[in-house]
Design a protein around this ligand. Structure first.
Ligand code: SF4
Length: 349
């Protein structure tokens, strides 16, 4: 799960930890076994081959990646299933649309090397992994050249030095890609290094992994989370209530059990969640899982994702109606990321 803020000082990342020798059923084997082929995805979703040429076109631009645990929540044979729409490449992705670009947040201008991002006061963001467990078709980093930004152990050292030397920092944010694609051994090491920096108070993780592979929340992960003195915040990425099944509920319960505060950010997506009842149900379901709605982002104009766009006027009107339906603590903030701005921009109806 990526974080939407950019002003890189230096880029670092652990490589993805796909492990083909991992025990069957483990999160690592589920990660390795994710569907990466449009034809296999159509078969698993119960769709016929008329969808194939469009899916293959989209796959060329941004590969299919869907773990079985996420697929199991998709209604078979329904091309309009809101979870399937998030992961199924369509022919629309190959159409050039004015205003939709490969780098909508102009990250490339600010990413000269590797990924430590220091934009907001008192907190920094570390690109901990360039990989994800799932490839969301609307992702604003679907064209991001992560392979150019892998880093060495020495770069990690310099990044940690930067954090040590700036005592105005109180929060470290692990992002990506998805930071939880990295192994527990690596994350335990990194969090241990952060833990030893006296001025840091909080550790934040931006991730979609506990949602798409709930088994990622295992004993090894809970151990390094339990061992840090830092306050822990996890910002999940869930766009529809159907994404939260019993296994996700259980994963969230385990995270809360070791003191993790859970928040959610969603993206407003045409034909996925652009409906007041769907958004209301999402907020209610999040709260049942112990997660507070945090942000509802409008789509960033990334090439290949124009078919997901909901205009700001419509988004604002939806949000106004949602405000009438929900208590304030379940109402996410409707925002847009504007390149160069130092804070998210609220959207008004
Ligand atoms: S989880 Fe989805 S939205 Fe988040 S970085 Fe990965 S592909 Fe993009």
């Amino acid at each position: 799960m990526i974080t939407r803020t950019m002003q890189p000082v230096q880029t670092i990342s652990f490589s993805a930890d796909c492990d083909n020798s991992a025990p069957r059923g483990s999160w690592q084997s589920q990660l390795s076994g994710a569907i990466r082929d449009p034809e296999a995805l159509l078969a698993a979703a119960g769709l016929d081959k008329r969808w194939l040429s469009g899916a293959e076109g989209g796959h060329q631009a941004f590969e299919v990646r869907v773990p079985q645990a996420y697929l199991s929540r998709i209604k078979k044979g329904d091309p309009n299933d809101p979870l399937l729409r998030q992961v199924l490449p369509l022919e629309h992705e190959t159409h050039a649309v004015a205003g939709y670009v490969t780098d909508p947040l102009e990250e490339a201008d600010h990413t000269p090397a590797a990924g430590l991002i220091h934009k907001y006061a008192a907190r920094v963001l570390m690109i901990t992994s360039g990989a994800c467990a799932i490839n969301c078709r609307y992702c604003f980093r679907r064209h991001f050249p992560y392979e150019d930004h892998a880093a060495s152990r020495a770069q990690w050292g310099r990044t940690l030095d930067y954090l040590r030397e700036d005592d105005s920092l109180i929060e470290a944010i692990l992002s990506g890609g998805d930071p939880l694609v990295s192994s527990d051994a690596r994350l335990a090491w990194l969090v241990g290094e952060l833990d030893a920096i006296p001025h840091l108070k909080r550790l934040r993780l931006h991730t979609r992994l506990p949602v798409v592979i709930p088994d990622r929340v295992d004993d090894a992960m809970l151990e390094w989370l339990s061992n840090t003195r830092l306050q822990k915040v996890m910002v999940l990425h869930i766009n529809h209530a159907n994404e939260i099944d019993d296994s996700v509920m259980k994963a969230c319960e385990r995270l809360r059990g070791v003191g993790v505060t859970l928040l959610n950010q969603s993206v407003l997506l045409r034909d996925v969640n652009d409906d007041v009842e769907v958004l209301r149900a999402l907020s209610e379901r999040l709260f049942e899982a112990g997660i507070l709605p945090y942000y509802l982002h409008v789509l960033d104009p990334v090439a290949g994702a124009a078919h997901f766009d909901v205009p700001d006027s419509e988004a604002g009107a939806l949000h106004d109606r949602l405000r009438e339906q929900l208590p304030g603590f379940l109402l996410p903030r409707l925002v847009r990321e504007v390149p160069g701005e130092r804070a998210k921009t609220p959207i008004q109806a």
